[in-house]
Design a protein around this ligand. Structure first.
Ligand SMILES: [Zn+2]
Length: 471
């Protein structure tokens, strides 16, 4: 615990975090006060005094104010574009005052790229009856860089802000109610592909992830969006590392060979996602596909829930190992809920990763029952995730399970960082706060007391050495 672990001693730090309750998730040095970052890597972990010596004129200094500092969260199971698309329409049914409207618009504008439309429908009369000047103020000041267009429950009228009026060529300088021709002109200026503008949508998801302390995701949506993510990266707008999985049947059909990028790249590929829906009819085709994709070298993630499907998938994984030979392949069992006692033991022996979403499935009950600890005891590695947008994306909801939990908050954070990093072959470069690893760090608002994170907020998120949220 004493002594500074230095990776690149000769370099003045580009960024330092001081006064932290640093929980490194690295057993060799579990706790520290401060971190130094050089470029996109952690260069040193130590005491405040040690790290202060690395502060130069250009060093960015972040005071963690005693808050908990952990590796950035890595969500092992998300549908990233779908998360971004949850911001593609705004629910306004319950909004009846300009204050509430302003608040919701500001929330959307926090995550949406400039220029992206804010659309909504189902607005109620109360909002239409408020004073025109107040309405204009709410519409125009809350999201000035995003055109806003919100329908009444009767679509003959809508609210538009000044940015939307301008797009539609409507000669009104302030936001307000539009009808007839003005409404039509604004309507026609809304991009037809609003929900398919992938770069904007990915940008939204990435901004949102940063606000939640998530620095890496494993996108199991299997729709091959790597090119979009890379485009966003080249624009300097990608704040999240993405391991983008393709579709299992598709790569088998194409006989596609996985292109593996370095583990420290922002956008990586190499995994495929498939599913066992429950019916026995699924098994033979799935077996053929898994063995073929495994032979091609893909990492395979399969959705399976319940005794029957999980058993079938574990058997197929065993068959693939037998057919294609031993190697470090890291099969991922997605959800891994309801695995029988015997199958847990077999899965452990086969080094299968349990990709779990405790908030979605158990809301904590799984922790209390000891199910997840049973998986771990059998030798399965746990990778934590959310399955957002099926459920909330916020990892602190999973960390904050009820106190009956047999898994500590610390253990959950470890699964959500180190565990998930292992699940994507990246444990040597991320998942712990260790000199030499990527500077993906999250600072929480408070010190963890009695291993609890209740009520904590994300204060700062750092991805690839850059502050992407807060500060
Ligand atoms: Zn899912």
């Amino acid at each position: 615990m004493i002594g500074c672990s230095v990776f690149a001693q000769d370099r003045t730090a580009d960024l330092v975090v001081l006064n932290g309750n640093v929980l490194t998730m690295d057993e060799k040095r579990p706790q520290a006060e401060a971190i130094a970052v050089a470029g996109n890597k952690i260069s040193a972990v130590g005491t405040n005094a040690e790290i202060r010596t690395m502060v130069g004129e250009t060093t960015k200094v972040i005071d963690a104010k005693g808050g908990t500092v952990i590796p950035g969260f890595n969500d092992a199971h998300v549908h990233f574009m779908a998360i971004g698309n949850t911001f593609s329409s705004m629910d306004i049914k319950d909004i009846d005052t300009p204050e509430k409207l302003a608040e919701r618009l500001r929330y959307y504008a926090r995550f949406l790229p400039k220029g992206r439309w804010i659309l909504g429908s189902g607005g109620n009369d109360a909002l239409w009856k408020v004073d025109a000047a107040m309405l204009a103020k709410a519409l125009d000041e809350s999201a000035p860089d995003n055109p806003v267009f919100l329908y009444h429950t009767d679509p003959a009228s809508a609210l538009a802000n000044a940015a939307a009026m301008k797009k539609g060529g409507v000669k009104l300088s302030a936001g307000g109610i539009v009808r007839g021709g003005a409404l039509e002109r604004v309507r026609f200026s809304v991009p037809k592909d609003h929900t398919k503008r992938w770069a904007e949508i990915a940008g939204t998801a990435s901004n949102y992830a940063a606000s939640l302390g998530i620095t890496s995701v494993q996108d199991v949506h299997s729709d091959d969006m790597a090119a979009v993510y890379r485009e966003l990266e080249s624009q300097g707008k990608l704040k999240t590392r993405i391991y983008d999985c393709r579709s299992l049947p598709e790569v088998v059909k194409e006989k596609a060979i996985p292109k593996r990028s370095d583990a420290d790249a922002m956008v990586r590929t190499g995994c495929v996602k498939g599913m066992h829906e429950g019916d026995d009819d699924w098994t033979p085709k799935l077996e053929t596909d898994i063995i073929a994709a495994d032979k091609l070298g893909w990492q395979i993630a399969i959705h399976a829930i319940g005794k029957g499907p999980t058993q079938a998938v574990i058997e197929i994984f065993a068959a693939a190992i037998k057919e294609n030979g031993e190697r470090d392949r890291r099969f991922k069992l997605e959800h891994a809920e309801g695995v029988s006692v015997d199958d847990i033991k077999r899965a452990g022996k086969l080094n299968i990763i349990a990709s779990i979403q405790p908030y979605l499935f158990g809301r904590g009950a799984g922790f209390g029952s000891g199910y997840y600890t049973d998986l771990q005891k059998a030798g399965m590695r746990l990778a934590y995730g959310s399955d957002a947008p099926m459920t909330a994306f916020d990892p602190l909801l999973t960390v904050n399970v009820p106190s009956v939990s047999v898994i500590s908050d610390h253990e959950v954070i470890k699964g959500y960082t180190q565990g998930s990093a292992y699940a994507e072959f990246a444990e040597n470069i991320k998942g712990t706060i260790t000199p030499g690893k990527l500077a993906d760090i999250v600072i929480l608002s408070e010190k963890m007391s009695e291993q609890k994170t209740n009520g904590m907020k994300v204060f700062v998120t750092i991805t690839n050495g850059k502050v992407v949220y807060g500060h």
